[in-house]
Design a protein around this ligand. Structure first.
Ligand code: DAH
Length: 352
């Protein structure tokens, strides 16, 4: 190889590398590639020039030219990598930049079911008055759902509760099972296990063999209450339930108690509050009566007390039971109980 040729190669290399250093975009890089490594680029010219050399120098000159080509190609690949990552950084800097002035995206979240919410509220209200919260079985024995509550087999009072029997035969069997028609059987279970004084609240599901409509569901929730001690009177019942109504419906509401019949209480009563819609004037919500019934209650029947081994001469008490959905309907102005269990998100979302 002639000295001249070797010089030319090192000059070409130095200049090419200097230019490559100045290429800052993909377009500039491509221009450089065409000018240096392209078909009509500098390397091609150098390779062509080899044929003009004397035969002795050609081999070494060819090898040197090829080495140059390999080095420049490698330098080109390096620069390509550098520019690509530079461009990514540059574009992140503009289009993907976070605009902190944009309004935030709303994260959707679930919430407690309105029945759960009202059960918790009511339980808390009684909790502050010293009542303990318990739960009990939904599949119940005839003995607890009826007999021990002073409702013997074949008694007409059974018609007050349309029952869902676990199987038809069980109705007459030794241990007839049904889905509890109310939470009252828990009164018996609590009294059988504990001595007075007793103050409990039992929220839970109840089931009825019933056609559904705006005010009836075949499955719903009740909240049972029971207080037993010496010297408990009807005045205690009234005081406790009036305090409950004040907490749940507000101090403005008036309460009214009227006679009603339930086999497990004597006397029995229904409790109403004056209509929140018309303030007792009479409207569609209260059926023009000015009053809305919210629960059944009464003094625990002496026969029920005797049945669990309490002496009715020594102990007395009151019990009450209310529909949880009904209370929620009154609180929120919901006009159809079926909304609670059709899982329509538009309904449920209103109780966040
Ligand atoms: N268990 C009754 C029902 O489902 C409601 C009830 C009435 C419960 C009077 C009571 C009570 O504890 O004393 O219709």
């Amino acid at each position: 190889m002639t000295k001249n040729f070797a010089n030319r190669i090192s000059i070409i290399e130095a200049e090419a590398l200097e230019l490559l250093d100045k290429a800052h975009s993909e377009t500039e890089l491509e221009e450089w590639r065409i000018a240096v490594l392209g078909r009509r680029g500098q390397i091609t010219t150098v390779l062509r020039g080899i044929s003009d050399l004397d035969p002795d120098s050609r081999r070494t000159a060819g090898a040197a030219a090829n080495q140059l080509k390999i080095r420049l190609q490698a330098a080109f690949e390096d620069s390509k990598g550098r520019i690509n990552s530079d461009e990514t950084v540059a574009s992140t800097g503009t289009s993907d930049r976070i605009d902190v002035t944009l309004p935030g995206r709303k994260v959707s979240s679930g919430s407690l079911h309105p029945t759960t919410q009202i059960i918790r509220e009511i339980s808390n209200a009684f909790n502050t008055m010293g009542f303990q919260v318990l739960d009990g079985p939904e599949v119940e024995l005839d003995a607890y759902n009826f007999q021990k509550l002073n409702i013997p087999a074949h008694h007409p009072a059974r018609d007050m509760w349309n029952s869902l029997w676990i199987d038809r035969a069980s109705e007459s069997g030794e241990y007839p099972l049904l889905l509890r028609t109310h939470t009252s059987p828990m009164q018996i279970r609590v009294m059988e296990k504990n001595d007075p004084p007793i103050r409990v609240i039992v929220p839970g599901k109840a089931y009825r063999y019933e056609a559904t409509d705006a005010t009836h569901e075949w499955q719903f929730c009740q909240i049972e209450g029971l207080a037993i001690d010496r010297d408990i009177t009807f005045a205690d019942l009234k005081g406790t339930l009036e305090e409950f109504a004040r907490i749940i419906f507000g101090a403005k509401r008036k309460a009214r108690f009227r006679c009603d019949f339930f086999p497990f209480v004597e006397p029995g009563a229904e409790m109403s509050i004056d209509c929140f819609k018309c303030d007792g004037q009479g409207c569609r919500v209260c059926g023009n009566s000015g009053w809305i019934e919210i629960m059944g209650a009464g003094m625990v029947h002496p026969k029920v007390l005797e049945g669990v081994g309490y002496d009715p001469q020594l102990y007395s008490g009151f019990a009450f039971g209310m529909g949880a959905e009904r209370i929620a309907m009154l609180r929120h102005g919901i006009d159809d109980i079926r909304h609670f269990y059709t899982n329509d998100i538009r309904f449920l979302e209103q109780f966040k």
